[in-house]
Design a protein around this ligand. Structure first.
Ligand SMILES: *[C@@H]1O[C@H](CO)[C@@H](O)[C@H](O)[C@H]1NC(C)=O
Ligand SMILES: *[C@@H]1O[C@H](CO)[C@@H](O)[C@H](O)[C@H]1NC(C)=O
Ligand SMILES: *[C@@H]1O[C@H](CO)[C@@H](O)[C@H](O)[C@H]1NC(C)=O
Length: 216
């Protein structure tokens, strides 16, 4: 009898364990991104593609008090980013050192339950979210601790915090998320960022997912 009760209890506890939801892999959003260690704050429109690990963000950056505007395409699979400076009207490219940030709920994350942002007192006052925290080690062997909030329905990221010794604490908030990538050319760098030859081949080089580039 006791054993059955215990089994029932265990089964009940297992049933109540919240399951992580799956975020859409491709979307666009307005973001606020703040890094404490590097003292930068970014506000911009992000195009996010977790399938081919790439990001495009048209951003306004504040390093301390100095404001600048950039158009950044970061292709993590080829570890290259293209940074167009709106003020100087020039572009630089550099190797990506930071790890890819996946804005989905990490594997092995621990549930911190569900909660309303705002209030549950009346319809329209609140947003039901699901809270998860986790740890992972990057290929560069940095331990990154994360904590995030996703909408209970559709699993859309609301806020994402990550912390590591090397990269400091970054906090990202997402607004006005739309599904999918509105413009398929969004990951093709500007003419200023490419050589003549690359520009002529831009559709082949960048129009196709970067995974296919690497196999060439
Ligand atoms: C872009 O222009 C700025 C200001 O003129 C200059 O400091 C910077 O070195 C330039 N960058 C590139 C990649 O040409
Ligand atoms: C992540 O690691 C820290 C420090 O090792 C630990 O205190 C925390 O409980 C871990 N969190 C999860 C969700 O595993
Ligand atoms: C990763 O870091 C841990 C502790 O910081 C260390 O023990 C381990 O040897 C490192 N692994 C590699 C592959 O560098």
């Amino acid at each position: 009898m006791f054993a059955i009760l215990v089994l029932c209890f265990v089964a009940l506890a297992a049933a109540q364990q919240p399951q992580p939801c799956t975020s859409p892999p491709q979307w666009e959003a307005n973001i606020f991104d703040y890094n404490q260690q590097q003292k930068f704050m970014v506000r911009g429109r992000l195009s996010y593609d977790a399938v081919y690990r790439r990001e495009r963000i048209i951003e306004e950056v504040n390093f301390g008090s100095q404001g600048d505007a950039f158009d950044v395409i970061a292709l993590f699979d080829s570890q290259t980013e293209y940074i167009y400076d709106f003020k100087a009207r020039n572009c630089s490219r550099r190797r990506i050192e930071r790890p890819w940030r996946d804005f989905g709920i990490p594997q092995g994350a621990r549930s911190f339950g569900e909660a309303y942002i705002g209030s549950s007192a009346a319809p329209g006052l609140g947003l039901l979210v699901t809270l998860w925290g986790g740890n992972h080690t990057t290929p560069s062997n940095d331990t990154v601790r994360t904590f995030g909030t996703w909408t209970y329905q559709a699993c859309i990221p609301v806020r994402f915090i990550s912390h590591s010794e090397r990269f400091g604490r970054t906090e990202t908030s997402f607004f006005d998320v739309t599904a999918g990538i509105s413009d398929p050319n969004v990951f093709i760098p500007r003419r200023e960022c490419l050589t003549e030859k690359e520009y002529a081949m831009r559709d082949i080089l960048f129009g196709k997912p970067s995974k296919q580039i690497q196999q060439q």
